[in-house]
Design a protein around this ligand. Structure first.
Ligand code: ZN
Length: 452
């Protein structure tokens, strides 16, 4: 007799065919897959899809930015995540030129303690100098093996220039860790900002104008060349444009250790929303793009040039995003951790015939592999953590901030009808969400220490 049995569902995982079977859990682990399994607690999954829980490898809970903090803390944000079928998040330390990377990790771990689901951390590297090389080694010993760099945001001191990137990539390469890059070329942005007329600052559309695909492509290309020479594994976050993709493809032709993700907002929304009266609510960087870019990103998911979908969840309320007459004075970021799976299932699998196994690969298996969590996470395998989402593909519902749990009063996808609803979410064998009700417990999530 097992502790929990998920009965009669269609098991989907990226690395094998979908099969109809029972899945049994003992303690925190998947213990058996087969027919007629018995458990103390049984979840009827007939007609439903059973998948490894989503790993959202790019979220920002309670992130200090623009004089405020993103509106989900680790408790509200991971509760919302669980309601959306997410069982692991990877957040970021809040780096600064004044603190050490190990200090940043310790501070962030204290904030993350209230999580409902398991979590890992990327270390933001801000203000690189040679003396920090020991900090990178220490971070890896602390279980943080991915390091995030910005090629933009010089004015807030977050930018790492190309020389410094080359130096630190070599350290990361020697260590076998992973460099994670936000790729937008600062100098292209600065030139376009300077060329902007005073009047255009008052126009939300200018956001897309000063941060165009060109700035992404230039930075992607630079990062790949530097990573190749330094022999460091490289991951590009939130790739948003066709031109950026071109740079990625070219880079992949001579360097195989590079991966990239995109986000639901770049697959579903385009920059014309900036013309709406509430266009400022969509402030994000990278900016939203054209329909042409959007189609190119979908193609890149099908042919697996993009390896991952992550959300860049960074929510703010309407009040926090109040328009002050200038697109530069807004906090940038969108909510998304709770809606990723239903949106991608509905718009990808149902509307665009993305194979459901590929979706699982993009949302779960590949993030686990790229970030060193596989097969503990991201797999329906005996011995893996019982992190599972059960999705009812027949349910239809309408996205609205009012029926979601993220701590914000708007959704960028408000009013969108979706096929497929989360039926249950299990985290290490514990049913934390079932039939619309949340059963998690603050602080039950565990820090996932990774190694190189
Ligand atoms: Zn981000």
């Amino acid at each position: 007799m097992y502790d929990v049995v998920v009965k009669g569902g269609k098991l989907v995982s990226g690395f094998r065919e979908t099969i109809k079977a029972d899945l049994a859990i003992k303690g925190e682990k998947i213990a058996a897959i087969g027919d007629d399994l018995d458990g103390k607690y049984v979840i009827d999954a007939s007609g439903k899809l059973v998948m490894p829980g989503v790993i959202d490898a790019h979220v920002h809970m309670e992130l200090p930015v623009s004089g405020t903090r993103s509106s989900d803390d680790f408790s509200s944000g991971t509760k919302a995540a669980a309601c959306g079928g997410v069982t692991t998040i990877i957040d970021f330390t809040v780096g600064s030129s004044k603190s050490t990377i190990p200090e940043d990790i310790e501070n962030r771990l204290r904030e993350a303690e209230k999580s409902h689901i398991d979590y890992a951390l990327h270390a933001e590297v801000i203000g690189w100098h040679r003396s920090r090389s020991q900090e990178i080694l220490k971070a890896a010993q602390m279980g943080v093996t991915s390091f995030k760099f910005f090629t933009a945001y010089g004015s807030s001191g977050r930018r790492t220039d190309r020389g410094a990137l080359f130096e630190v990539f070599q350290i990361i390469g020697d260590l076998g860790a992973l460099a994670v890059v936000h790729a937008e070329d600062e100098e292209v942005i600065n030139y376009l900002m300077n060329a902007l007329a005073e009047e255009e600052l008052k126009n939300m559309v200018s956001l897309a104008k000063v941060r165009p695909p060109l700035c992404e492509a230039v930075a992607v290309s630079d990062a790949i060349y530097l990573a190749e020479r330094a022999n460091a594994r490289l991951h590009i976050v939130h790739l948003s444009s066709a031109l950026g993709l071109e740079a990625l493809k070219r880079g992949k032709s001579f360097y195989k250790n590079v991966t990239a993700e995109t986000c639901p907002q770049y697959l579903l929304l385009t920059q014309d929303v900036y013309e709406n009266t509430d266009g400022h609510l969509y402030s994000a960087s990278p900016a939203l793009r054209s329909p042409y870019d959007l189609e190119a990103l979908w193609d890149a998911l099908y042919n697996e040039e993009l390896s991952m979908i992550a959300t860049d969840h960074c929510p703010f309320t309407r009040e926090q995003k109040t328009w002050k007459g200038n697109f530069l004075d807004l906090p940038y970021g969108l909510p998304g951790v709770e809606t990723a799976l239903p949106l991608m299932f509905s718009e990808g699998v149902i509307k665009r015939h993305l194979p459901v196994g590929l979706l699982v690969k993009l949302l779960s298996e590949n993030p686990a592999k790229i970030y060193g969590l596989f097969p503990k996470k991201g797999a329906l395998q005996i011995g893996s953590d019982a992190d599972i989402v059960i999705l009812d593909p027949n349910e239809e519902w309408t996205i609205s901030a009012s029926n979601l749990h993220m701590n914000t009063d708007f959704s960028p996808f408000e009013g969108l009808k979706v096929h497929g609803q989360i039926y249950a979410t299990l985290s290490r064998g514990e049913v934390i969400f079932e039939k619309g009700s949340f059963k998690g417990r603050e602080g039950r999530g565990k820090f996932l220490r990774r190694s190189c």
